[in-house]
Design a protein around this ligand. Structure first.
Ligand code: NAP
Length: 264
């Protein structure tokens, strides 16, 4: 999807491709859009039906792998690429790293800090969503709040002795568990709301990815207060390189990284 060209961008503005789908990416788009030294284009995968669009110009859909992304960067005469995708979006992060290397463009990652357990938290850490399902299977039965996203719900479909609240933004396309309630919702959430959801549904296990950040962390506080176990899916490996944790730091990095071709 294309919108109007950024009105604020001057003729020598540096083009930045911003891979998004996160709150940090929307924040950074706002900062860049307000500065005429930059001409930012946001990119979204198009996974959800009604995405929260960043301000400024945006496009939606894949590039066709790392090679397609490298071509897009060259053809668009971008000066830098910022990977502000979700910490679990490992494929696109790998592609951004490969495309930046192929084009010689500066690349920055924006990765929000992980959640860490407090002294009164009861977490079981697992490496993948499939391993989270195996963890539940190892317990005879229970009632789980599942918040790992619609793409992975099918991993739990065979757990017939479990009852689930499946909370997702859009309905999953495949494999809901047989015994479940589907809750279509999107953060941010409050601790009070999360506590209430867990109590009403007599939840004993929360299954979540370690997404980090404040927007959806209320469930962890509520789990702690309600004595609910947490099965925490650890983050996948991601490419190294320059990394910051906030949109403000990403903006400063871009301001200080003055090299690269300019848009004309
Ligand atoms: P993924 O598995 O890493 O990426 C799969 C493919 O989707 C990529 O190879 C790429 O297609 C396309 N893609 C992903 N992000 C894109 C973007 N920002 N712009 C253009 N194409 C993109 O990604 P995912 O885990 O499905 O996540 C998809 C998007 O949702 C990401 O942008 C991420 O920030 C957001 N998100 C993900 C999660 C999560 O839990 N995974 C949670 C919240 C938000 P091509 O190879 O064809 O270029």
């Amino acid at each position: 999807m294309s919108g109007p060209t950024a009105a604020a961008a001057g003729p020598a503005a540096r083009r930045v491709l911003l891979l998004g789908g996160t709150a940090e990416a929307r924040e950074l788009a706002e900062l860049l859009e307000a500065d005429p030294a930059f001409d930012v284009e946001s990119s979204l995968a198009g996974r959800v039906a009604n995405p929260r669009l960043p301000v400024g110009r945006s496009r939606i859909g894949g590039f066709g792998g790392a090679d397609g992304l490298a071509d897009y960067l060259r053809e668009g005469r971008f000066a830098a690429v910022v990977d502000a995708t979700h910490p679990f979006a490992a494929t696109i992060s790998g592609n951004v790293a490969a495309a930046a290397e192929a084009t010689g463009l500066p690349r920055l990652s924006v990765v929000r800090p992980e959640w860490v357990p407090g002294p009164s938290d009861s977490w079981v850490r697992v490496p993948t969503v499939a391993a989270a399902a195996a963890e539940l299977a190892s317990r005879t039965s229970g009632r789980a709040l599942l918040t790992t996203g619609r793409q992975d719900v099918h991993e739990f479909a065979h757990l017939d002795t479990w009852w689930f609240v499946v909370r997702v933004v859009d309905p999953p396309s495949k494999g809901l568990p047989r015994r479940c309630a589907l809750l279509l919702d999107r953060g941010p959430y409050t601790v009070e709301g999360e506590r209430d959801l867990m109590r009403r549904n007599r939840i004993d296990v929360l299954v979540t990815k370690n997404s980090g950040g404040d927007l959806v962390s209320a469930k962890l506080t509520a789990a702690r207060e309600n004595g609910v176990d947490v099965v925490m899916v650890d983050r996948p490996d991601r490419p190294g390189g320059a990394t910051v944790t906030t949109a403000a730091d990403a903006f400063s990095w871009l301001v200080s990284t003055g090299s690269g071709p300019r848009a004309n």
